[in-house]
Ligand binder design. Structure first.
Ligand SMILES: [Zn+2]
Length: 128
């Protein structure tokens, strides 16, 4: 068993944060974790949600991915299991998705969700 675990590191395989499978090649990789090509392609083909708000101060909201299944699990691992290496990978997904759905001049700002100071102190980082 130990040899198999060590072989993962020797062979360069890393775990995909979305499907949890170890892969020889990943679309993105950081600190032993990554996003495999299958999951990346699946997410990029998904339909983003584009909302128009009744609130006159915000006229449009955009979510690049559906918050469900394996992506949700990866985000929860980032937030609650201290998997901070996931942050850069998830940020890369959002960065890659924006041009698929948006004309950059079509929005005023990209606004991360604020985090309450007590949560920030507890968690040690803002996942947004
Ligand atoms: Zn995957």
């Amino acid at each position: 068993m130990l040899e198999k675990i060590l072989s993962w590191f020797d062979s360069g395989t890393a775990k995909c944060i979305i499907c949890s499978r170890r892969r020889d090649k990943l679309k993105y990789q950081k600190n032993g974790a990554g996003i495999c090509f299958d999951c990346y392609n699946h997410l990029m083909k998904g339909k983003a949600d584009d909302y128009y708000c009744a609130d006159s101060r915000i006229n449009r909201l955009f979510a690049p991915f559906e918050y469900s299944d394996n992506l949700r699990a990866a985000i929860l691992s980032l937030k609650f299991k201290d998997c901070t290496a996931y942050a850069a990978l998830i940020a890369q997904l959002v960065y890659d998705a924006l041009p698929l759905y948006y004309v950059y001049s079509d929005y005023d700002m990209l606004l991360p969700v604020p985090l309450h100071p007590s949560r920030y102190h507890e968690r040690g980082f803002n996942q947004a």
